[in-house]
Design a binder for this molecule. Structure first.
Ligand SMILES: Cc1cc2nc3c(=O)[nH]c(=O)nc-3n(C[C@H](O)[C@H](O)[C@H](O)COP(=O)(O)OP(=O)(O)OC[C@H]3O[C@@H](n4cnc5c(N)ncnc54)[C@H](O)[C@@H]3O)c2cc1C
Length: 386
């Protein structure tokens, strides 16, 4: 067994708590001006351009990036606090979340200077929305089986094929996608995929919505028919996307959004039960909060390690595995504890409505960002067990 698995005991420094106060005050102001309702996580307003711009104005997008690209050169831990507060408040982050978490860091590492100077400041101002084009019909977990083809032509590539489950493609300005530029080799079946920046306005791209049982309109099928990508939209090494996508996933898998997606049912339960729970309710809530606290320590630890320039891929997979199972089970646990809620309590209808919604979205939680089984494969490999 390897000794590589490690969670550094990181605590949020004082500047993070100052920032937390600022974010809370900003969100309270947004709630009072009617931008969003924190008790309605299912609101269509999760996509809100003006809110994105105002978050950008505060300096909370691209918070860790160099100033020359519009960033603020602050720490990942400060970014963690902003994400956590936005998530807990159910703020409408859809327009900027992926760009800030994932696409921007990819561009920073691999895009040509011209593209970085053009797009990164716009992400920081909350002006552009990104999506991720990895999954295809027939290749989800097995990303390296992707077939959507990029064929070399004069000055660029022609793209043909289909991406699926592409969150926010219907509102996105750009996508970062992997396309096949060469067949896999016998020695390396991961070889042959290249990462591209896709401008969603490119002729030959069609976005077809996929309806979800929760009623949300979140993700899509994206069809490419001879869509032209110029040479300078290649990100990093041709045929070498497999080396690049792994560290990207560490950012995707370990943040507070990986265990807080159904958190609102817990806060609504606590509000419903009130300040004097009986011993059974107190025990049930205490257990959930203790679990949450432990996961959060692990997740902060991963953020701290990312901040220190490490690549905690296995630790991030563990946070995602534990986190998504917890947030998936949470609506059921809260439903049990809701038996102790007085049916006359003022927010009883809100709790019922939230529980119904959380129950409908729960199945997806252990699939998005890598399924539980796949993550366990990664963890086992990291521990030297396979
Ligand atoms: C809400 C949501 C949003 C998403 N957003 C995006 C997005 O923006 N962009 C994007 O590219 N994709 C997105 N996805 C797709 C997601 O990444 C894939 O659904 C996921 O990778 C699983 O792929 P699949 O659906 O093809 O299932 P499969 O890979 O076919 O898996 C089917 C089952 O087989 C199991 N399995 C597969 N391989 C292994 C293995 N090696 N070992 C053990 N078990 C295995 C899986 O765990 C699963 O239970 C999203 C998915 C959801 C639910």
């Amino acid at each position: 067994m390897t000794s590589a698995l490690r969670f550094d005991p990181i605590r949020l420094p004082p500047e993070c708590e100052e920032l937390r106060k600022e974010v809370r005050a900003f969100l309270a102001e947004e709630i009072s001006r009617g931008t969003f309702d924190p008790h309605h996580p299912f609101s269509e307003e999760n996509d809100n351009r003006e809110f994105a711009r105002r978050v950008g104005e505060r300096g909370w997008l691209g918070i860790t990036w160099p100033k020359k690209y519009g960033g603020h050169e602050r720490s990942y831990l400060e970014r963690y606090v902003v994400t956590e507060e936005m998530r807990v408040a159910n703020a409408p982050t859809r327009r900027f979340f992926v760009a800030d978490r994932q696409s921007g860091p990819v561009l920073l590492k691999y895009a040509p200077e011209r593209i970085k100077m053009d797009i990164l400041p716009r992400i920081c101002r909350g002006e552009v929305c990104f999506s991720i084009g990895m999954s295809e019909p027939g290749s989800g977990s097995d990303l390296f089986a992707a077939k959507t083809k990029a064929t070399k032509t004069d000055g660029g590539y022609l793209i043909n094929g289909t991406k699926i489950w592409t969150t926010s493609a219907h509102i996105a300005d750009y996508m970062i996608a992997v396309f096949r530029t060469s067949p896999p080799t016998k020695e390396n079946r991961r070889h042959g995929l290249t990462q591209f920046l896709v401008d969603m306005k490119t002729p030959g791209i069609k976005v077809n919505p996929i309806n979800q049982m929760s009623g949300q309109k979140e993700f899509n099928e994206v069809v490419f028919e001879d869509a032209f990508m110029p040479d300078d939209h290649v990100l990093g090494e041709i045929d070498g996307a497999w080396k690049q996508a792994t560290s990207e996933l560490a950012y995707e898998r370990s943040g507070p959004e990986r265990f807080l997606e159904t958190y609102y049912v817990l806060t609504e339960l606590v509000r419903s039960i009130g300040p004097n729970p009986d011993s059974r309710a107190a025990e049930g809530i205490g257990r959930l909060v203790a679990q949450l606290h432990t996961m959060r320590r692990m997740s902060v630890s991963v953020a701290g390690m990312l901040s220190a320039g490490k690549e905690p891929v296995v630790e991030a997979a563990i946070v995602k595995d534990i986190g998504t199972l917890w947030e998936q089970a949470l609506p059921h646990r809260v439903r049990d504890l809701a038996a102790f809620v007085d049916p006359e309590s003022t927010n009883h209808p809100a709790l019922s409505e939230q529980l119904a919604f959380a129950t409908k979205i729960a199945p997806k939680l252990t699939i998005q960002g890598g399924t539980t089984e796949v993550l366990r494969g990664i963890i086992a490999r990291g521990l030297g067990l396979r």
